[in-house]
Structures are given as structure tokens and as C-alpha cells.
Design a protein around this ligand. Structure first.
Ligand code: DAH
Length: 336
């Protein structure tokens, strides 16, 4: 019996040493109910009283040794499996990310570009409130109550005296009130008008206002500044022209066109055959406006201009529907 137990021990350990040993099958074969060791133990009844404890002890030893060997094999296998898994799932955290980064919105892009152009000419940037007093939006700018110019700007009123500014021009008046000449500012920002949304209108849009006040400022200075602005925005070959117009806050006033940058002025679809594209309003600041803001029109003169930022962006980037600028469709934005 002793020999049988030693044989079981040896063959169990040998089986466990094999490369792809099936641990469960080995356990059943040697330690299971119908296993080889169990069979030996069953035969112990036939042994003498002296032999029984010796064989019993040996049988227990063999059992314990096989169990231990199985446990060791099993944990080694589990460790190996885990190591393989960790290796296959390894992530290199130092690898560059593939995520697509965002794009600058075309309105932000054009605003920064325009601001840079004017800052380059010595202008500083001044902001004003979007919720504005009727006084600054209209009266200080030489547009008294019942003036017909009020009808051309469908204004959102909050109370009789408070409104959402319909233009950036009130920043002119606010600046002149607190700053003595020389003044050289631009004021970009949101403006509001009660317009229905379509391809060229929106109740909220953006304007950029310019104002220069000093001694001996002439229309020639205005032309020079706008020429640089036009060339830097639309290209070196761009020319500008002034058409007489009327604004209450400037005298004389003009509407300013740029030569069509698509056809060079010959006439095309972009300029509707005109060769010219209207881009802004401008003029010499009206003496009444200077006086309203505490500046003596006999000592100082100045010019002002204002344009829609959306319009410039649409022209420059060939955007044919203003709504694209507000819908934030990624397919549109990713082109900038
Ligand atoms: N505020 C005018 C508008 O909204 C634009 C404008 C025209 C501004 C002439 C000016 C100017 O400063 O001189 O239509």
C-alpha cells in the first residue's frame, strides 16, 4: 500500500508538471470520490492495527502535497493570465491625443482682425452698455424725439427712457463726455433691432464704431483711415469711394463703398454688376453732437464711422446667409 501511495504521489506531481496540465481533471483523477487516492484509503480496512495509522498518515501527507501542488499551479496560472491581460491592455498615456480641437468662430476671427487693424493705427478699444439710455442712443447724437431717423432703426424699448442700443454710436457720446480730445477710439459690440430673421437680418448683430476728435481733423483724415482699413481687410488693390448721404450725427455724411474684391470693379455676381460694394456709413461729427458732449466745435473737429461686422465677415468669407453665423453648425464652423 505504501508503494501504491508513493506511486500516486509521483504520478500526480508529474501530471501537474506538464505544460498545459488540466488542474481540475488532475484533482478529480487523484482526489475525487472515485479517485486513485480515495480508492487506496477505502482498502485501509484490510490493514492491521499497527499498519493503519502509518499508512493513514502517509495518505494524508500525499493528499496534502497534491492539494498544495494544485493550489500553487492554479495561482501561478492566474498570475500569468493577469500579466498577459495587463500587457494586452497597456495604454501609453504619453501618446499625443487625436481629439480634434475647436475653431475660432468667424465673427470672433473677423472682430479680432478688425480690431488689430485699427489698434495698428493708434485707436484704442472702448466698450459701452448694451442696455442704453434713449439719451445716448438718440438725443445726444442729434436725433431728438419724433425725428424720422428713429423709424429707420426699429428699436427695442425697455421703458420710455431705456432701450437696447440700436447702434454702437452711443459709445461716441459717452466717450466724448468723459474724455477730452485727442480722442481716437473704436467700439465694437452687439446691437439690437426689431428685425425679422432672414439671410441678411437678425435682431441681434454686431457693429464697429470709430471716432476721432482733435484739432484740424478733416475729411481727408477720414478717407486715409478708411482706405487703410479697406486695403487691410479686403486686399491691397481695394479702392474706396464716398457717396453723399445723410446721418443726423454727421455733417457732411457719406456712405462708403469698396471696389469689388471678387471682380476688381468690372462688375460680377458679388457686386451685382456694380463694381462697388457698400460697407459703411461715415462723416464729420456734427457740431451739435460735439456741443451735446461738452466739446467746443469751434476748436475741435472730428470724424466718425460705423459698420456691421456680420456684413464684413459675410463679404470677406463669402457667406451667403447670415443665419449660418448664429446656428453653430460644426460643418460650417470647422471651415474657419
Ligand atoms: N450708426 C449708423 C448705423 O447704425 C452707422 C454710422 C453711420 C455710424 C455714420 C457713424 C457714422 O458713426 O458716422 O446705421
Amino acid at each position: 500500500m505504501k508503494e501504491m501511495l508513493e506511486k500516486i504521489r509521483a504520478s500526480a506531481l508529474e501530471a501537474l508538471n506538464e505544460e498545459n496540465a488540466d488542474l481540475e481533471a488532475i484533482r478529480i483523477r487523484f482526489l475525487g470520490k472515485k479517485g486513485e487516492l480515495t480508492a487506496v484509503l477505502r482498502g485501509m480496512g484490510a490493514l492491521s492495527a499497527e499498519e493503519r495509522p502509518i499508512i493513514g498518515q502517509l495518505a494524508n501527507e500525499v493528499r496534502a502535497e497534491i492539494e498544495k501542488a494544485i493550489a500553487e499551479r492554479s495561482s501561478a496560472a492566474a498570475e500569468k493570465k493577469l500579466a498577459e491581460k495587463l500587457l494586452s491592455e497597456k495604454i501609453d498615456v504619453t501618446m499625443p491625443a487625436k481629439a480634434e480641437i475647436g475653431h475660432i468662430h468667424p465673427l470672433t476671427l473677423i472682430s479680432r482682425e478688425l480690431e488689430d487693424i485699427f489698434v495698428g493705427m493708434g485707436f484704442s478699444i472702448v466698450e459701452g452698455p448694451e442696455v442704453e439710455l434713449d439719451y445716448y442712443n438718440f438725443q445726444a447724437l442729434n436725433i431728438p424725439e419724433n425725428h424720422p431717423a428713429r423709424d429707420t432703426q426699429d428699436t427695442f424699448y425697455i421703458t420710455d427712457k431705456i432701450l437696447l442700443r440700436s447702434q454702437t454710436s452711443p459709445v461716441q457720446a459717452r466717450t466724448m463726455e468723459v474724455q477730452k480730445p485727442p480722442i481716437r477710439i473704436i467700439s465694437p459690440g452687439r446691437v439690437y433691432r426689431s428685425d425679422a430673421v432672414d439671410a441678411t437680418h437678425s435682431p441681434l448683430f454686431h457693429q464697429l464704431e470709430g471716432l476721432v476728435i482733435d484739432k484740424n481733423i478733416t475729411m481727408g483724415d477720414l478717407k486715409g483711415v478708411l482706405e487703410i482699413f479697406a486695403k487691410e481687410t479686403f486686399g491691397e488693390d481695394t479702392r474706396i469711394r464716398f457717396r453723399p448721404h445723410h446721418f443726423p450725427f454727421t455733417e457732411p455724411s457719406a456712405e462708403v463703398d469698396v471696389s469689388c474684391f471678387a471682380c476688381g470693379g468690372n462688375g460680377c455676381r458679388m457686386c451685382k454688376g456694380e463694381g462697388w460694394i457698400e460697407i459703411l456709413g461715415a462723416g464729420m461729427v456734427h457740431p451739435n453732437v460735439l456741443r451735446n458732449c461738452g466739446i467746443d466745435p469751434d476748436v475741435y473737429s472730428g470724424f466718425a464711422f460705423g459698420f456691421g461686422i456680420e456684413r464684413i465677415a459675410m463679404l470677406k468669407y463669402h457667406i451667403d446667409d447670415m443665419r449660418l453665423l448664429y446656428e453653430n453648425d460644426v460643418r460650417f464652423l470647422s471651415q474657419f
